[in-house]
Design a protein around this ligand. Structure first.
Ligand code: SF4
Length: 375
């Protein structure tokens, strides 16, 4: 989510609004949606005030160089800014459901809090209602979204109702799905198109439980994965490449190939240098180039078992060339940058680049521009 400068009509409250052009307000109007008209000329404000006076209450106006038509924004009252909760022109879209979590991962990018934050689910549902053109996919994340209980199903059903063709990428540790009742309440009759993104950090409980700092998590996550499989749900296993994980990565890939053959795909991900990762720098801050033989072997192992896999958050110069075809541009638009060293790199267009906060943390490798495109 971005926070950008914008002037908003003084009567507009902190709730979701769809940004529209004045000429489209009447044709697209519905009482369920709040609208902010993007001002093009001074006279527009008078036209909107006139409509509001005549009883069109869910209408206001907005002005700002970074505001785009189709955005869903939340005004920050009295601050001259808005949160852009959804930007139509972005490739990646995410809704944040809770900051609470039942794990404490060593490299967590969003350290959990204990506060009750059910209002985040209300906001997410409100944002879903305000998105006009369905994007191809949207991410749901936390914290741990399963901690929102029945409300998670509410969010999934709302997305399916408003955007039936949209894919939902749901990031969850899966632990609560080990309970058959919880799994049934969430998954029975589910119509939304969900891809379940479930982190797994080891082939044995000692390693996984250490990385997520939660005894018993390995067994619960595996049971959760099995519940998803029983319900025919597609699962992507996520592996964040920190030192203890890399040390036993081949064992983990073997385990997935042998014991979880129904997995849809595996995502191998560079660590995001923020949150708990900064506090656990000794195991999170590494140069992926030092692990190229391990990455090559891991890829070969997964390929041997016919497991589709990819590398995420990894700049191309952090990978051996043989693995470049498996690298995807996965960093969300608003947090993706390139560094000064990237200037003139021949593969920049297909490179995922770096997290915007890499300067405060670290880069996943020593950045070195690629002089020529490899054939
Ligand atoms: S130099 Fe920059 S653009 Fe080129 S591969 Fe590395 S990170 Fe990507």
């Amino acid at each position: 989510m971005r926070r950008v400068a914008a002037i908003v009509s003084p009567w507009s409250k902190r709730r979701a609004h769809r940004v529209v052009a004045l000429e489209n307000v009447i044709s697209s109007w519905t009482p369920e949606v709040n609208y902010l008209v993007l001002i093009q000329e001074a006279a527009d404000v008078e036209r909107i005030v006139d409509l509001v006076v005549r009883g069109v209450e869910n209408l206001g106006w907005i002005e700002g160089p970074e505001i785009e038509l189709g955005d869903v924004v939340m005004p920050i009252l009295g601050k001259g800014s808005v949160d852009v909760s959804y930007r139509r022109s972005d490739v990646h879209h995410t809704l944040f459901l809770t900051n609470r979590c039942n794990s404490n991962c060593l490299m967590c990018s969003q350290p959990p809090t204990k506060d009750e934050d059910g209002w985040l689910v209300d906001e997410a549902i409100d944002i879903v209602r305000h998105i006009e053109n369905s994007p191809e996919s949207i991410g749901l994340t936390g914290g741990e979204p399963l901690l929102t209980g029945n409300r998670l199903r509410e969010v999934l059903d709302e997305i399916h109702l408003r955007h039936p063709m949209m894919r939902i990428d749901l990031l969850t540790n899966g632990r609560l799905l080990s309970n058959r009742g919880t799994a049934a309440a969430l998954l029975d009759g589910l119509e939304a198109r969900v891809a379940w993104l479930v982190p797994l950090y080891g082939h044995a409980h000692m390693l996984h439980d250490f990385v997520v700092q939660s005894p018993g998590a390995f067994e619960q996550t595996l049971e959760g994965i099995l519940r998803l499989q029983e319900h025919g749900q597609p699962i992507q296993v996520r592996i964040v490449l920190i030192e203890p994980v890399l040390e036993r990565l081949i064992d983990l890939c073997e385990f997935i190939g042998k014991s979880l053959p129904f997995i849809h795909e595996v995502a191998l991900m560079a660590c995001e240098p923020i949150g708990f990762a900064l506090a656990n720098k000794e195991v999170c801050d590494l140069d992926l180039q030092d692990w190229w033989p391990t990455l090559m072997r891991a890829s070969r192992t997964l390929r041997r078992y016919g497991v589709r896999h990819m590398f995420m958050n990894t700049p191309l110069c952090a990978l051996p060339k043989d693995l470049w075809p498996l690298a995807v541009r996965s960093i969300s638009d608003w947090k993706q940058v390139y560094s000064d060293e990237c200037a003139g790199c021949s593969v920049m267009d297909s490179c995922s680049g770096l997290f915007a906060w890499h300067e405060r943390g670290w880069k996943p490798t020593k950045i070195r521009k690629i002089e020529e495109m490899v054939e």
